[in-house]
Design a protein around this ligand. Structure first.
Ligand code: HEC
Length: 132
């Protein structure tokens, strides 16, 4: 079973990487977030500007808006590639994974968000995760 998961995971990653190559010049991302302080700091700025509107400045979520990111098992268990794909696609209110009935807009409603910027936000989200 584990082998299957891994295969599916790398297939997904390959698909996303292929799709991502079309645009080109997106900051030369290799599809994974960079946990360095600089990326985390840059990601925090983007998070405060865009994501905090629904997820709160501290990422702990807002009633009827966004979910708590710090304790999210979705963030903890997903790869950077999966989170990147999720943020680009959003999650409609009627999406099977939706738990609140509130939609998350694609690219958090900001079409100018690049893959590189999103990966910085992912690095930031990982830095504020509370370990269970
Ligand atoms: C307009 C409001 C809004 C904005 C802006 C927004 N989100 Fe969301 N987000 C949501 C909602 C609502 C959900 C929960 C959807 C559900 O019920 O499954 C969500 C879910 C998530 C999840 C999944 C959490 C989980 O445990 O399932 C992640 C990760 C996430 N958002 C990250 C981000 C990031 C990063 C940004 C900024 C780039 C962002 N969001 C901006 C509304 C928003």
């Amino acid at each position: 079973m584990k082998a299957h998961m891994t295969l599916a995971g790398s297939l997904m990653a390959a698909l996303i990487l292929t799709a991502g190559c079309g645009g080109g010049g997106d900051g030369g991302t290799d599809g994974s977030s960079d946990p360095s302080n600089a990326s985390v700091a840059a990601g925090k700025v983007t998070f405060s500007k865009i994501c905090s509107a629904c997820h709160g400045m501290d990422g702990k979520g807002m009633p009827s808006l966004g979910k708590d990111i710090t304790t999210s098992t979705f963030v903890a268990s997903d790869t950077d590639e999966q989170l990147l794909a999720f943020i680009k696609e959003g999650r409609a209110a009627d999406h099977p994974d939706n738990t609140t009935g509130v939609p998350m807009p694609p690219k958090a409603g900001d079409p100018t968000l690049t893959d590189a910027k999103i990966l910085e936000v992912i690095a930031y989200m990982r830095s504020i995760q509370v370990k269970p």
